[in-house]
Ligand binder design. Structure first.
Ligand code: HEM
Length: 474
């Protein structure tokens, strides 16, 4: 063989061998390693793993239940988890590209992952396509950088500070109720799509409290983030191919335009000369609005459906606040049933369906030996609906479950657990109590006949066709 041909073929052969090693041999070895320990799953497919099946299962999940009391939502919001856990058991191995993902739904294992501080588990590296949405804020950081940002966030979101924001939160919801009153006009009963409305209230709260502005001022950023959410949600179900985000595809060009505009809208912070602050602002704008707005939407939908709980909750609000006084920082802790209703909603419709980590070294988890760089999918929503934990009526809305102490710390963890637990948990709970109490104090709620029960996952769990509720003044 002429020398030059050899010199051309040799590098090609090396590339081919490297390719076969990392995309075929390593995944096959890992799969065997788990099979030997009794962990099964939907078999590795070269390069893309199970991404195509995950996409197909999402597109087949047609959650359009005529039964409004059907809170059995695991199948519609995480159809792949639902399908594979039934086939292979609660812990199973699936593949996101050539990366192994171990789904776990045992509270003890989840606790050991999320609460571990020994450095055995870290964040899964952020998909670069999510950066425009969450930016490089807390949600995407790890190690020392995360610890520094987290200390600052803890001070910024201390309970004391949140309590001082209560008047701002009350002002936000009261302003919105005035708008509802105007749209209701003289009618005793009128319909509101609370899903859309609560997103704006929640956006207003985070703008006023964390940024000293208002929904109207922050609106451009929220609109841009909404568009980014669509692009990210689309990309999230496909395997990320390195370098692909730099190609001028239609979606990428759109992403670049939105990112540029969001930064310019955040520009007033640039005078501080701190890129990180802009990134953190994006994180908090996004995390502060989406999750809380969806939680509030589901609380109102469930109350509109369960009049017995709505009546009891209203009686409590009137007992604590009177007929027309507004909730205050010092009486929020007396809203015990309202808090249980919010918790029961977070159990059935948690905004985040899973929490991801990866092993940074080989670890022992329960009786499993897990290699380094295995991604761990803590199946939050599956644990919240598990009949072995919550009883045969696990899918039933019953706030009284929360009178009992939790059976296991990781049987209910809508905000996560351990050092990376949600930084906005206190803000979200205070905000939710104020908004729910203020609404039910003034209106009785009934589901509109136009409401279609179709929970879906669009980054967070939300009602696909809106949340139409009939409001009647009390
Ligand atoms: C119902 C409302 C909310 C829910 C259910 C929720 C849930 C979560 C969850 C599950 C995590 C991931 C924890 C982990 O990785 O272990 C998280 C993290 C985070 N959340 Fe929330 N969240 C809510 C509201 C908020 C609000 C209002 C804010 C801010 C204003 C916020 C800011 C954050 C931040 C910054 C993180 C990252 C924390 C870190 O890594 O240190 N969240 N949240």
């Amino acid at each position: 063989m002429p020398l030059f041909l050899f010199l051309v073929l040799l590098p090609l052969l090396v590339i081919l061998l490297k390719f076969a090693y990392s995309l075929i041999w390593v995944p096959w070895k890992i799969q065997r390693h788990f099979q030997r320990q009794g962990v099964r799953g939907p078999g590795y497919r070269p390069i893309f793993g199970n991404a195509a099946e995950i996409r197909r299962l999402y597109s087949e999940a047609q959650p359009k239940s005529p039964d409004l009391t059907d809170n059995d939502v695991v199948g519609s919001v995480t159809p792949f988890y639902y399908r594979w856990s039934r086939m292979y058991g609660k812990n199973f191995l699936y593949w996101f590209g050539p990366k192994p993902r171990l789904a776990i739904a045992d509270p003890e294992m989840i606790k050991n992952v999320l609460m571990n501080t020994s450095g055995s588990f870290g964040r899964v590296p952020q998909d670069p396509l999510s950066k425009p949405l969450f930016a490089q804020g807390l949600v995407g950081l790890d190690g020392d950088q995360w610890a520094l940002h987290r200390r600052i966030a803890n001070q910024a979101f201390s309970l004391e500070r949140i309590q001082s924001w209560v008047p701002d939160m009350v002002a936000s919801i009261m302003k919105r109720l005035e708008k509802w009153e105007d749209s209701g006009g003289e009618r005793d009963e009128f319909e509101i799509d609370v899903h859309k409305e609560l997103h704006e209230v929640s956006a207003d709260v985070i703008s006023r409290t964390a940024f000293g502005s208002s929904f109207e001022e922050g609106k451009r950023i929220f609109d841009l983030q909404e568009e980014q959410m669509h692009l990210f949600s689309k990309a999230k179900r496909s395997v990320y191919i390195p370098g692909f985000r730099f190609l001028p595809t239609k979606d990428n060009r759109e992403r670049w335009r939105l990112e540029k505009e969001t930064r310019e809208s955040d520009g007033r912070e640039e005078k501080l000369g701190v890129e990180e602050i802009i990134d953190e602002c994006k994180t908090f704008y996004f995390a502060g609005k989406e999750t809380t707005a969806n939680l509030l939407t589901w609380v109102l939908l469930l109350l509109a459906q369960h009049h017995e709980w709505q009546t009891k909750a209203r009686e409590e609000v009137i007992r604590v606040c009177g007929f027309d006084r507004l909730p205050q920082a010092d009486n929020l802790s007396d809203l015990k049933l309202v808090t249980m209703i919010i918790n029961e909603t977070l159990r059935l419709y948690p905004p985040a369906t899973m929490i991801m980590r990866q092993t940074l070294k080989r670890v022992k988890l329960g009786n499993l030996d897990i290699p380094a760089k295995t991604q761990l999918h803590s199946a939050l929503i599956a644990v919240h609906h598990d009949p072995e934990i919550w009883g045969e009526d696990a899918n039933r809305f019953n706030p009284l479950r929360f009178t009992e102490p939790r059976k296991h710390i990781a049987s209910f963890f809508p905000f996560g657990l351990g050092p990376k637990i949600c930084a906005g948990q206190n803000l979200a709970m205070v905000e939710a109590k104020i908004i729910v109490a203020t609404i039910i104090q003034r209106y009785s709620l009934t589901l509109s006949p136009t409401y279609v029960h179709s929970p879906m996952l669009f980054i967070t769990v939300q009602p696909k066709y809106g949340a139409q509720i009939l409001l009647r003044r009390i």
